[in-house]
Design a protein around this ligand. Structure first.
Ligand SMILES: [Zn+2]
Length: 340
């Protein structure tokens, strides 16, 4: 399972950080999900490993502009590149009105259908792009949701020793077990896939929208390896700003993650008052505050950094390399999108 940050700033963008957006993909898949679509997402995609042509669904956590104002431009982009496949958008109903109004008022017609799902009525988990997606209501100034994204079809490992002991030579039976099918042999013996090719535990990443109460995520985080959550402020700034914005500070998210024993916590959606380096409040201050409360693997998201969650639930971060993009852009001759 892999994901890449396309934007990590709250409110307004900075020179290094765009508005919220995250690309996420199941293993062995070309299609992928976009979680939030702040302004500038289509530009960030040009430097990413993901293409609008293979996008399966867009999930919007809430209707604030820094999470959805990139939608009309991204949809128009996909249309101008000739997309034909319908696109699912899971979002608050206001976002549907925003998209439909923007397309109408700009005389834009899409080359593909939009399939809107009201996130507030997402009763059954959505199965899409090899992933199972469920929504969890959060606490913010407007209705806001987290998405728990779980691998639908985890890989199976053949019990080669067990099969050899049972006298089953490599062949069709092995392939069927690997695909999760129970096998009945000619001699009547039954080989259950759950015994001879058990599935690895499904990987799960929980991606929060804006939220001042991380504890609302306790249930979905129990089987998760990764929580991606806003830490808009340090506690000192949060107390100065007051509770009206309804955001989380680093200490609160970190304490929550420690309480549910999450192995990996990625903080994002930083107030633009925090800088990457230099003088003044720093994003590193947010990291230091979180680290005082959380002993797992802690990361501070940066635009275009990529993460890989392997079968064993280990997370590997790959920092963004501008030179890599330059080479790919040159290969694409500077025009259009860059397909993976
Ligand atoms: Zn926000």
């Amino acid at each position: 399972m892999q994901f890449q940050f396309l934007g990590t700033s709250s409110g307004v963008p900075t020179r290094t950080r765009s508005h919220s957006a995250l690309a996420l993909q199941a293993p062995r898949r070309r299609d992928w999900l976009l979680l939030d679509c702040g302004e500038g997402t289509q530009h960030r995609l040009l430097a990413s490993d993901f293409s609008p042509a293979t996008l399966a669904a867009i999930l919007i956590t809430h209707r604030h502009g820094d999470h959805c104002l990139g939608l009309p431009g991204l949809l128009a982009h996909a249309s101008m590149n000739g997309r034909r496949e319908a696109l699912t958008i899971v979002a608050p109903t206001e976002v549907r009105r925003l998209v439909e109004s923007a397309l109408t008022l700009t005389d834009s017609t899409l080359s593909f259908e939009l399939d809107f799902v009201d996130v507030g009525t997402l009763a059954a988990p959505l199965q899409i792009a090899g992933l199972t997606v469920s929504a969890v209501a959060l606490s913010h100034r407007v209705p806001s949701f987290a998405f728990a994204v779980t691998e639908s079809d985890p890989p199976r490992r053949l019990d080669r020793a067990g099969l050899a002991t049972a006298g089953i030579a490599p062949g069709r039976a092995w392939g069927r077990l690997q695909r999760g099918e129970d096998v009945t042999l000619a001699d009547g013996r039954c080989l259950p896939a759950s015994r001879f090719a058990p599935a690895a535990p499904s990987r799960r990443v929980v991606v929060g929208g804006d939220n001042d109460t991380p504890e609302l995520l306790a249930d979905v985080c129990r089987d998760a390896q990764v929580l991606i959550h806003e830490a808009t402020y340090t506690r000192e700034v949060a107390e100065r700003v007051g509770s009206a914005p309804m955001h989380s500070c680093a200490a609160r998210v970190a304490r929550f993650a420690a309480g549910v024993a999450l192995p990996h916590l990625i903080l994002t959606h930083f107030s633009p008052r925090y800088r990457d380096r230099g003088k003044g409040p720093l994003i590193a201050d947010i990291g230091r505050e979180a680290a005082a409360h959380y002993q797992g693997r802690l990361y501070l998201a940066r635009d275009l950094d990529r993460y890989q969650l392997d079968e064993g639930g280990r997370l590997t971060a790959t920092p963004f390399e501008p030179a890599r993009v330059s080479a790919r852009a040159a290969a694409a001759d500077g025009g259009g999108g860059i397909d993976p």
